[in-house]
Design a protein around this ligand. Structure first.
Ligand code: DQA
Length: 169
C-alpha cells in the first residue's frame, strides 16, 4: 500500500479539522419544551392539528435545503433543557427554542441562555401576547437574540431561517 507522506498526512488532518469546525459552525439545536410532545392532541384549536413529528420533518427538510445540520430535543424537564443549553457552545452555532410553559416561569433557562455565546431564537406557535395575561410575559425574550410568535408551525421554520441567517452572517 502506498504510504502517505508526513506533509500529506498533516494536510489531511487539517482538512478534517476544518471540516469538523465547519460542521460545528453549521449545526443548529432545536429545543421543544414541555407538553409539545402532545401536539396534535393538545388544544388543537390553539396549537394546530399537526404533530411534533410533522414539525420536525419540515425542519429537517429546510435544514437540508440550507445545508445546515440539525439536532432536535424535546424535553418536559427544566434541568434537561438547562443542561442542553449550557453545553451547546462546543457543538452548535445557534439554538431555536420553544420553551413552552417554561417561557413564563424559568429563571434557570433564562440564565442558561444568558450564560452562552450561542445566539438563541425563541419561537411560539401561538401569539403569546394575544393570550392570558400570565403568558404575555416571556422571561427568555430579554436575553434571546429575537422572538417569533403566533405563526403556528411556521414559527419554527421562520425561527430556523433566522438562525441560518445568523450563522451565515
Ligand atoms: C407556547 C405558548 C406557551 O404559553 C405554552 O405554555 C406552550 C406553548 C406556544 O408555542 O404557543 O406550551 O410556547
Amino acid at each position: 500500500m502506498k504510504k502517505t507522506s508526513p506533509k500529506r498526512s498533516a494536510e489531511l488532518a487539517c482538512t478534517e479539522r476544518s471540516r469538523s469546525i465547519e460542521a460545528r459552525n453549521r449545526r443548529i439545536l432545536i429545543i421543544h419544551g414541555p407538553n409539545l410532545n402532545l401536539l396534535g392532541k393538545r388544544e388543537p384549536e390553539i396549537y394546530g392539528k399537526f404533530s411534533l413529528e410533522d414539525i420536525n420533518k419540515e425542519i429537517k427538510k429546510l435544514a437540508k435545503e440550507k445545508k445546515v445540520a440539525v439536532d432536535i430535543l424535546q424535553s418536559n424537564h427544566e434541568g434537561e433543557i438547562v443542561d442542553a443549553i449550557g453545553s451547546s457552545s462546543k457543538k452548535y452555532s445557534a439554538i431555536v427554542i420553544n420553551p413552552a410553559a417554561y417561557t413564563h416561569t424559568s429563571v434557570a433557562i433564562r440564565d442558561a441562555v444568558s450564560a452562552i455565546d450561542v445566539p438563541v431564537v425563541e419561537v411560539h406557535l401561538s401569539n403569546i401576547y394575544h393570550r392570558e395575561e400570565f403568558r404575555q410575559k416571556s422571561l427568555i425574550a430579554g436575553v434571546a437574540t429575537g422572538q417569533i410568535s403566533g405563526f403556528g408551525a411556521n414559527s419554527y421554520l421562520l425561527g430556523f431561517l433566522a438562525a441560518v441567517e445568523l450563522i451565515n452572517k
